[in-house]
Design a protein around this ligand. Structure first.
Ligand SMILES: NC(=O)c1ccc[n+]([C@@H]2O[C@H](COP(=O)([O-])OP(=O)(O)OC[C@H]3O[C@@H](n4cnc5c(N)ncnc54)[C@H](OP(=O)(O)O)[C@@H]3O)[C@@H](O)[C@H]2O)c1
Length: 333
Protein backbone atom coordinates (compact mmCIF):
# COMPACT_ATOMS: atom_id res chain seq x y z
CA UNK A 1 0.00 0.00 0.00
CA UNK A 2 3.01 2.29 0.00
CA UNK A 3 4.65 4.18 2.80
CA UNK A 4 3.61 6.73 5.41
CA UNK A 5 5.16 9.18 7.82
CA UNK A 6 5.25 8.09 11.47
CA UNK A 7 6.99 8.99 14.72
CA UNK A 8 8.93 6.24 16.45
CA UNK A 9 10.92 5.53 19.61
CA UNK A 10 13.99 3.31 19.45
CA UNK A 11 15.41 3.78 22.92
CA UNK A 12 14.33 4.91 26.40
CA UNK A 13 15.74 8.42 26.07
CA UNK A 14 14.78 11.60 27.99
CA UNK A 15 12.33 13.82 26.17
CA UNK A 16 14.82 16.67 25.72
CA UNK A 17 16.99 14.34 23.60
CA UNK A 18 15.98 14.83 19.93
CA UNK A 19 16.54 11.06 19.42
CA UNK A 20 13.83 10.16 21.99
CA UNK A 21 11.15 10.38 19.28
CA UNK A 22 12.14 10.53 15.62
CA UNK A 23 10.42 10.94 12.26
CA UNK A 24 10.43 7.74 10.19
CA UNK A 25 8.97 6.41 6.94
CA UNK A 26 7.16 3.07 7.38
CA UNK A 27 4.98 0.74 5.33
CA UNK A 28 1.27 1.54 5.65
CA UNK A 29 -0.08 -1.29 7.85
CA UNK A 30 -2.06 -4.06 6.15
CA UNK A 31 -5.45 -4.40 7.92
CA UNK A 32 -6.20 -7.83 9.43
CA UNK A 33 -9.66 -9.34 8.76
CA UNK A 34 -11.25 -7.63 11.83
CA UNK A 35 -9.36 -4.33 11.35
CA UNK A 36 -10.17 -0.86 10.17
CA UNK A 37 -7.40 1.07 8.46
CA UNK A 38 -7.73 4.64 9.74
CA UNK A 39 -6.22 7.84 8.42
CA UNK A 40 -5.24 9.46 11.71
CA UNK A 41 -6.27 13.12 11.99
CA UNK A 42 -5.57 13.81 15.68
CA UNK A 43 -4.03 12.02 18.66
CA UNK A 44 -3.80 12.77 22.34
CA UNK A 45 -0.82 12.02 24.54
CA UNK A 46 -1.32 10.06 27.75
CA UNK A 47 1.07 9.23 30.61
CA UNK A 48 1.24 5.68 29.14
CA UNK A 49 2.96 7.12 26.02
CA UNK A 50 5.62 8.63 28.27
CA UNK A 51 6.03 5.42 30.28
CA UNK A 52 6.40 3.30 27.14
CA UNK A 53 8.84 5.74 25.56
CA UNK A 54 11.01 5.78 28.71
CA UNK A 55 10.82 2.07 29.51
CA UNK A 56 11.38 0.74 25.99
CA UNK A 57 14.87 -0.70 25.73
CA UNK A 58 17.14 -0.25 22.71
CA UNK A 59 15.47 -1.67 19.63
CA UNK A 60 16.29 -1.69 15.95
CA UNK A 61 12.54 -1.94 15.16
CA UNK A 62 10.69 1.39 15.29
CA UNK A 63 8.12 1.44 18.09
CA UNK A 64 5.21 3.68 17.12
CA UNK A 65 3.59 5.03 20.28
CA UNK A 66 0.23 6.77 20.59
CA UNK A 67 -3.01 5.20 21.73
CA UNK A 68 -5.75 7.81 21.52
CA UNK A 69 -6.75 8.73 17.97
CA UNK A 70 -9.53 10.23 15.89
CA UNK A 71 -9.61 9.82 12.12
CA UNK A 72 -11.34 8.53 9.02
CA UNK A 73 -11.76 4.90 7.92
CA UNK A 74 -9.99 4.32 4.57
CA UNK A 75 -10.23 0.49 4.35
CA UNK A 76 -11.94 -2.35 6.18
CA UNK A 77 -11.05 -6.02 6.70
CA UNK A 78 -13.47 -8.66 5.40
CA UNK A 79 -14.84 -9.51 8.89
CA UNK A 80 -15.63 -5.90 9.86
CA UNK A 81 -19.25 -5.00 10.62
CA UNK A 82 -20.76 -1.66 11.58
CA UNK A 83 -18.15 0.54 9.85
CA UNK A 84 -17.61 1.68 6.27
CA UNK A 85 -14.97 3.64 4.37
CA UNK A 86 -15.43 7.34 5.14
CA UNK A 87 -16.72 6.85 8.71
CA UNK A 88 -15.20 9.20 11.27
CA UNK A 89 -14.04 7.21 14.29
CA UNK A 90 -12.22 7.49 17.62
CA UNK A 91 -10.47 4.86 19.73
CA UNK A 92 -7.75 4.17 22.31
CA UNK A 93 -6.18 1.25 20.48
CA UNK A 94 -4.24 -1.72 21.72
CA UNK A 95 -1.01 -1.59 23.68
CA UNK A 96 0.26 -4.75 21.93
CA UNK A 97 0.21 -3.17 18.44
CA UNK A 98 1.80 -0.22 16.64
CA UNK A 99 0.26 3.07 17.76
CA UNK A 100 -1.47 6.15 16.40
CA UNK A 101 1.54 8.47 15.97
CA UNK A 102 1.42 7.82 12.23
CA UNK A 103 -0.51 8.82 9.13
CA UNK A 104 -2.37 5.49 9.11
CA UNK A 105 -3.15 2.92 11.80
CA UNK A 106 -4.75 -0.53 11.72
CA UNK A 107 -7.09 -1.14 14.66
CA UNK A 108 -9.57 -3.90 15.56
CA UNK A 109 -13.07 -2.55 14.85
CA UNK A 110 -14.43 -4.02 18.09
CA UNK A 111 -12.55 -1.40 20.15
CA UNK A 112 -13.54 1.56 17.93
CA UNK A 113 -16.50 3.94 18.17
CA UNK A 114 -17.97 6.50 15.80
CA UNK A 115 -16.60 9.94 16.59
CA UNK A 116 -19.10 12.27 18.31
CA UNK A 117 -20.45 14.27 15.36
CA UNK A 118 -20.47 17.49 17.38
CA UNK A 119 -16.70 17.37 18.00
CA UNK A 120 -13.68 18.13 15.82
CA UNK A 121 -11.06 15.41 15.41
CA UNK A 122 -8.89 17.21 18.00
CA UNK A 123 -11.72 17.42 20.52
CA UNK A 124 -12.62 13.76 19.98
CA UNK A 125 -9.03 12.48 20.25
CA UNK A 126 -8.93 13.67 23.87
CA UNK A 127 -11.63 11.27 25.00
CA UNK A 128 -11.22 7.54 24.23
CA UNK A 129 -8.45 6.30 26.56
CA UNK A 130 -9.52 8.37 29.53
CA UNK A 131 -13.22 7.80 28.78
CA UNK A 132 -12.80 4.02 28.66
CA UNK A 133 -10.69 4.04 31.84
CA UNK A 134 -13.23 6.19 33.66
CA UNK A 135 -16.21 4.14 32.44
CA UNK A 136 -14.65 0.77 33.26
CA UNK A 137 -13.51 2.06 36.69
CA UNK A 138 -16.93 3.36 37.70
CA UNK A 139 -19.30 0.87 36.16
CA UNK A 140 -17.32 -2.36 35.63
CA UNK A 141 -14.88 -2.33 38.57
CA UNK A 142 -16.86 -0.37 41.22
CA UNK A 143 -20.23 -1.55 39.88
CA UNK A 144 -21.83 1.89 40.23
CA UNK A 145 -25.16 2.58 38.54
CA UNK A 146 -27.94 5.13 38.29
CA UNK A 147 -29.23 4.30 41.76
CA UNK A 148 -25.84 4.28 43.51
CA UNK A 149 -25.43 6.91 46.18
CA UNK A 150 -22.86 7.62 48.89
CA UNK A 151 -19.68 9.60 48.31
CA UNK A 152 -16.92 9.10 45.72
CA UNK A 153 -13.48 10.65 46.22
CA UNK A 154 -11.67 11.27 42.90
CA UNK A 155 -7.93 11.86 43.17
CA UNK A 156 -6.48 13.90 40.30
CA UNK A 157 -9.93 15.22 39.37
CA UNK A 158 -8.50 17.71 36.85
CA UNK A 159 -6.20 15.14 35.20
CA UNK A 160 -6.97 13.30 32.00
CA UNK A 161 -8.92 10.42 33.53
CA UNK A 162 -10.36 12.41 36.44
CA UNK A 163 -11.84 14.99 34.06
CA UNK A 164 -14.03 12.37 32.37
CA UNK A 165 -14.68 10.33 35.50
CA UNK A 166 -16.13 13.28 37.42
CA UNK A 167 -18.52 13.98 34.53
CA UNK A 168 -19.60 10.34 34.11
CA UNK A 169 -20.16 9.93 37.86
CA UNK A 170 -22.44 12.99 37.84
CA UNK A 171 -24.23 11.84 34.70
CA UNK A 172 -24.82 8.16 35.44
CA UNK A 173 -24.90 7.83 39.26
CA UNK A 174 -26.37 9.65 42.23
CA UNK A 175 -23.12 9.72 44.21
CA UNK A 176 -21.67 12.89 45.74
CA UNK A 177 -18.35 13.60 44.02
CA UNK A 178 -15.39 15.06 45.89
CA UNK A 179 -12.42 15.78 43.63
CA UNK A 180 -8.85 16.57 44.57
CA UNK A 181 -6.74 19.37 43.08
CA UNK A 182 -3.84 21.39 44.45
CA UNK A 183 -3.99 24.59 42.36
CA UNK A 184 -6.71 27.20 41.81
CA UNK A 185 -6.91 26.48 38.05
CA UNK A 186 -7.19 22.69 38.51
CA UNK A 187 -9.74 23.15 41.31
CA UNK A 188 -11.82 25.45 39.07
CA UNK A 189 -11.64 22.92 36.21
CA UNK A 190 -12.85 20.08 38.46
CA UNK A 191 -15.71 22.22 39.77
CA UNK A 192 -16.73 23.18 36.24
CA UNK A 193 -16.88 19.48 35.30
CA UNK A 194 -19.30 18.82 38.16
CA UNK A 195 -17.40 18.00 41.37
CA UNK A 196 -19.59 18.88 44.36
CA UNK A 197 -16.50 19.74 46.40
CA UNK A 198 -12.75 19.96 45.71
CA UNK A 199 -10.07 19.31 48.32
CA UNK A 200 -6.27 19.61 48.25
CA UNK A 201 -4.53 16.23 47.95
CA UNK A 202 -1.38 17.61 49.62
CA UNK A 203 -3.28 17.42 52.93
CA UNK A 204 -5.55 14.58 51.95
CA UNK A 205 -6.90 13.00 55.13
CA UNK A 206 -7.99 16.14 57.02
CA UNK A 207 -9.30 17.85 53.87
CA UNK A 208 -11.23 14.79 52.67
CA UNK A 209 -12.71 14.19 56.14
CA UNK A 210 -13.74 17.85 56.35
CA UNK A 211 -15.74 17.37 53.15
CA UNK A 212 -17.02 13.90 54.11
CA UNK A 213 -16.86 13.60 57.93
CA UNK A 214 -18.08 9.97 57.95
CA UNK A 215 -15.67 8.92 55.19
CA UNK A 216 -16.38 7.81 51.63
CA UNK A 217 -17.79 4.61 50.14
CA UNK A 218 -15.83 4.85 46.89
CA UNK A 219 -12.35 6.09 45.98
CA UNK A 220 -10.75 6.45 42.52
CA UNK A 221 -6.96 6.59 42.58
CA UNK A 222 -4.55 7.41 39.75
CA UNK A 223 -1.89 8.28 42.40
CA UNK A 224 -1.73 5.48 45.01
CA UNK A 225 1.96 5.32 45.88
CA UNK A 226 2.50 5.89 49.61
CA UNK A 227 -1.19 6.60 50.17
CA UNK A 228 -2.65 3.28 51.37
CA UNK A 229 -2.67 4.23 55.07
CA UNK A 230 -4.37 7.51 54.17
CA UNK A 231 -6.97 5.66 52.08
CA UNK A 232 -7.63 3.32 55.03
CA UNK A 233 -8.57 6.37 57.13
CA UNK A 234 -10.81 7.96 54.49
CA UNK A 235 -12.71 4.96 53.07
CA UNK A 236 -15.54 3.57 55.18
CA UNK A 237 -15.72 -0.08 56.28
CA UNK A 238 -16.61 -2.33 53.29
CA UNK A 239 -15.80 0.53 50.90
CA UNK A 240 -14.15 0.13 47.50
CA UNK A 241 -11.03 1.59 45.89
CA UNK A 242 -10.26 1.41 42.16
CA UNK A 243 -6.66 2.19 41.20
CA UNK A 244 -5.18 2.76 37.75
CA UNK A 245 -1.52 3.53 38.45
CA UNK A 246 1.47 1.17 38.65
CA UNK A 247 3.19 -0.50 41.55
CA UNK A 248 2.30 -3.20 44.05
CA UNK A 249 1.18 -1.41 47.20
CA UNK A 250 1.02 -3.16 50.57
CA UNK A 251 -2.75 -3.37 51.11
CA UNK A 252 -2.58 -4.61 54.73
CA UNK A 253 -3.83 -1.26 56.15
CA UNK A 254 -7.13 -1.84 54.29
CA UNK A 255 -7.86 -5.15 56.03
CA UNK A 256 -9.27 -3.93 59.38
CA UNK A 257 -12.05 -2.12 57.50
CA UNK A 258 -12.50 -4.89 54.86
CA UNK A 259 -11.91 -2.34 52.11
CA UNK A 260 -11.82 -3.89 48.62
CA UNK A 261 -9.10 -3.01 46.08
CA UNK A 262 -9.81 -3.15 42.34
CA UNK A 263 -7.34 -2.72 39.48
CA UNK A 264 -8.45 -1.09 36.26
CA UNK A 265 -6.29 -1.41 33.16
CA UNK A 266 -7.90 -0.04 30.04
CA UNK A 267 -5.87 -2.28 27.72
CA UNK A 268 -6.89 -5.60 29.33
CA UNK A 269 -9.79 -6.29 26.97
CA UNK A 270 -7.83 -5.76 23.75
CA UNK A 271 -4.52 -7.23 24.92
CA UNK A 272 -6.15 -10.41 26.30
CA UNK A 273 -8.75 -10.64 23.50
CA UNK A 274 -11.42 -11.12 26.20
CA UNK A 275 -14.81 -12.44 25.02
CA UNK A 276 -16.37 -9.05 25.85
CA UNK A 277 -13.74 -7.06 23.94
CA UNK A 278 -16.43 -5.38 21.80
CA UNK A 279 -17.76 -3.75 24.96
CA UNK A 280 -15.13 -1.04 24.41
CA UNK A 281 -16.71 -0.15 21.08
CA UNK A 282 -20.10 0.05 22.80
CA UNK A 283 -18.69 2.26 25.59
CA UNK A 284 -17.23 4.65 23.00
CA UNK A 285 -20.60 4.81 21.20
CA UNK A 286 -22.33 5.55 24.56
CA UNK A 287 -19.80 8.29 25.35
CA UNK A 288 -20.38 9.77 21.87
CA UNK A 289 -24.14 9.87 22.53
CA UNK A 290 -23.58 11.72 25.82
CA UNK A 291 -21.33 14.23 24.02
CA UNK A 292 -23.83 14.75 21.18
CA UNK A 293 -26.62 15.30 23.74
CA UNK A 294 -24.52 18.06 25.33
CA UNK A 295 -24.18 16.06 28.57
CA UNK A 296 -20.44 15.41 28.45
CA UNK A 297 -17.71 17.89 27.49
CA UNK A 298 -14.50 17.14 25.68
CA UNK A 299 -11.56 17.48 28.07
CA UNK A 300 -9.04 18.90 25.59
CA UNK A 301 -7.13 21.85 27.06
CA UNK A 302 -4.15 22.19 24.66
CA UNK A 303 -4.08 21.59 20.89
CA UNK A 304 -0.73 21.50 19.08
CA UNK A 305 -0.62 21.41 15.29
CA UNK A 306 2.87 19.97 14.74
CA UNK A 307 2.17 16.27 14.05
CA UNK A 308 5.86 15.32 13.94
CA UNK A 309 8.57 14.00 16.26
CA UNK A 310 9.26 17.56 17.46
CA UNK A 311 5.56 18.19 18.17
CA UNK A 312 5.20 14.89 19.98
CA UNK A 313 8.32 15.56 22.08
CA UNK A 314 6.70 18.86 23.10
CA UNK A 315 3.45 17.07 24.03
CA UNK A 316 5.33 14.34 25.96
CA UNK A 317 7.18 17.06 27.92
CA UNK A 318 3.87 18.68 28.91
CA UNK A 319 2.39 15.34 30.03
CA UNK A 320 5.60 14.39 31.89
CA UNK A 321 5.24 17.52 34.02
CA UNK A 322 2.36 15.78 35.85
CA UNK A 323 0.55 19.12 35.98
CA UNK A 324 -1.57 19.05 32.85
CA UNK A 325 -5.23 19.88 33.19
CA UNK A 326 -7.48 17.85 30.88
CA UNK A 327 -5.75 16.57 27.71
CA UNK A 328 -2.95 17.56 25.33
CA UNK A 329 -3.83 16.84 21.68
CA UNK A 330 -1.90 17.03 18.41
CA UNK A 331 -3.99 17.52 15.28
CA UNK A 332 -3.06 17.65 11.60
CA UNK A 333 -3.78 21.14 10.27
N1 LIG B 1 -4.86 1.71 34.16
C1 LIG B 1 -5.24 2.42 33.12
O1 LIG B 1 -5.94 1.92 32.24
C2 LIG B 1 -4.82 3.85 33.03
C3 LIG B 1 -5.47 4.69 32.12
C4 LIG B 1 -5.13 6.04 32.09
C5 LIG B 1 -4.14 6.52 32.95
N2 LIG B 1 -3.51 5.66 33.80
C6 LIG B 1 -2.47 6.16 34.73
O2 LIG B 1 -3.10 7.01 35.69
C7 LIG B 1 -2.24 8.06 36.05
C8 LIG B 1 -2.97 9.39 35.84
O3 LIG B 1 -3.30 9.55 34.47
P1 LIG B 1 -3.97 10.90 33.95
O4 LIG B 1 -3.95 10.86 32.47
O5 LIG B 1 -5.26 11.16 34.63
O6 LIG B 1 -2.86 11.93 34.50
P2 LIG B 1 -2.59 13.44 34.25
O7 LIG B 1 -3.56 14.01 33.29
O8 LIG B 1 -1.14 13.59 33.95
O9 LIG B 1 -2.86 14.06 35.71
C9 LIG B 1 -2.45 15.34 35.98
C10 LIG B 1 -3.23 15.86 37.17
O10 LIG B 1 -3.01 15.05 38.30
C11 LIG B 1 -2.91 15.83 39.48
N3 LIG B 1 -1.86 15.23 40.33
C12 LIG B 1 -0.53 15.16 40.05
N4 LIG B 1 0.11 14.48 41.03
C13 LIG B 1 -0.84 14.10 41.92
C14 LIG B 1 -0.82 13.37 43.15
N5 LIG B 1 0.33 12.88 43.64
N6 LIG B 1 -1.98 13.16 43.80
C15 LIG B 1 -3.15 13.64 43.32
N7 LIG B 1 -3.24 14.35 42.16
C16 LIG B 1 -2.10 14.57 41.48
C17 LIG B 1 -2.58 17.23 39.03
O11 LIG B 1 -3.49 18.11 39.65
P3 LIG B 1 -2.97 19.30 40.59
O12 LIG B 1 -1.94 20.04 39.77
O13 LIG B 1 -4.17 20.06 40.92
O14 LIG B 1 -2.32 18.67 41.81
C18 LIG B 1 -2.80 17.25 37.52
O15 LIG B 1 -3.84 18.13 37.12
C19 LIG B 1 -0.98 7.87 35.21
O16 LIG B 1 -0.03 7.13 35.96
C20 LIG B 1 -1.46 7.02 34.04
O17 LIG B 1 -0.44 6.26 33.43
C21 LIG B 1 -3.83 4.34 33.84
Amino acid sequence: MGTMRAVAAFDGLPVDDPASLVDVELEVPEPRPADLLVEVRAVSVNPVDVKRRVRGGPSSTPRVLGFDAAGTVVATGERVTGFAVGDEVYYAGDVTRQGSNAEYQAVDHRIVGHKPSSLSFAEAAALPLTGLTAWESLFDRLGLGHRSDGTLLVLGAAGGVGSVLVQLARLRTAVRVIGTASRPQSAQWATRLGAHAVVDHRDLVPRALEAAPDGVEWLFSPFSTGRIEEFARIVKPFGHIVAIDDGAPDLTPLKPRSIAWHWEFMFTRAAERTPDMAEQGRILEAIARHVEAGELMTTVSTVLDDFSAAGLRHAHALVESGRTIGKVVIARP
